[in-house]
Design a protein around this ligand. Structure first.
Ligand SMILES: [Zn+2]
Length: 118
């Protein structure tokens, strides 16, 4: 199954950084197609939701999105403190974000358009 890549990456990151990220204990993963977000973090249900369409992205980008969402366990907003967490666990986060926006997002939009035309 294609989303096994996302599941495995989620486990790797959880094992690697879980203890270093406050409030991340007990989080589980959900994978679904989303139109406008690569990922979300629900504090209430302790679930990180990852966009299924990330299977079209390189593993480094998938890793970046999962780390980003895990960092939201510690800091809800996109403040300086949040970015210091992200910097610590994913130093190349700016390049990953740029790749998602410039390359992967347009590709996913194309795929979705083809799927809805069939
Ligand atoms: Zn965020």
């Amino acid at each position: 199954m294609a989303n096994r890549i996302i599941s495995e990456e989620f486990q790797i990151i959880k094992n690697k950084y879980g203890e270093k990220i406050p409030n991340s204990y007990g989080y589980s993963l959900r994978i679904r197609r989303m139109k406008t977000l690569w990922g979300t973090n629900s504090l209430r249900t302790k679930k990180i939701t990852i966009n299924f369409n990330l299977i079209f992205a390189p593993i480094e980008d998938i890793e970046y999105v999962i780390i980003h969402e895990f960092c939201h366990c510690a800091v809800r907003n996109h403040s300086k403190v949040f970015y210091s967490y992200q910097q610590m666990f994913c130093p190349e986060y700016k390049a990953r974000k740029a790749d998602l926006n410039k390359n992967i997002h347009p590709f996913v939009v194309k795929i979705e358009a083809i799927n809805s035309a069939i």
